[in-house]
Design a protein around this ligand. Sequence first.
Ligand code: ATP
Length: 234
Amino acid sequence: MLSVEALTAGYGRIPVVSDISMEVEAGRITAVLGANGAGKTTLVKALGGLIRPMAGRVLIAGRDITGADPSTATRAGVRLLLDGHRVFPDLSVHDNLKIAAITTGSRREFELLCDEYFEVFPILKQKRKDYARTLSGGQQQILALTQALLCQPKVLLCDEPSIGIAQALIPTILKELRNFASRGGAVVLVEQQIQMSLKVSDTALVMDRGSIRLSGLASDLMSDDRIRKIYMGN
Ligand code: ATP
């Protein structure tokens, strides 16, 4: 579903990530790991059209979206969930969800999906008439995630979705990412919490100073001591 070929991207003329190649199939989750500053956010921003790659290609279901702006990337089926819970503060929770799902299916389908997520995240149901700005940071992050899921993108790029979320809710969030994948979506999951993200993912790659240093099945990497060495800068 997502195919990345020898991607180089950065800011201004300075490359931050180089020669990144990866594939994420439909129904699969790929964890992107790496220490602070390794280039994880830069990579997902380049995949989501927020920064223009300097070299390489990004394909969604075979369609080349390299260098596409965010709206074109969105129309091609990419959804980027960045940290900082970017919701519309002066709209109600329910209206935020409606807007997110504007391009998906019928109203009936939206309401059914909405009810499903209200079951998973009861706080959204409880506060559905409240302004989004009245939610706590963690609640806004849940709203942003639910918006992303409601869009039913082909590829969901999640940059540290667990940040700011109550520890007890993190397994629920990861389960929803798994459910999303089981419906045919492809997920790129950037996370600092290594074991937790490896548990939920099918494959993983570990970045160091803008390059992929290690990749493979998440189940194999779980016991691979090289991850720790990469995090510790060898
Ligand atoms: P973290 O886990 O801390 O979020 P990361 O792996 O996501 O780190 P990035 O945020 O992609 O890493 O940053 C990689 C490098 O790019 C860092 O050296 C950072 O200072 C630099 N960088 C990030 N954003 C910008 C920007 N807007 N302009 C210039 N340099 C940037």
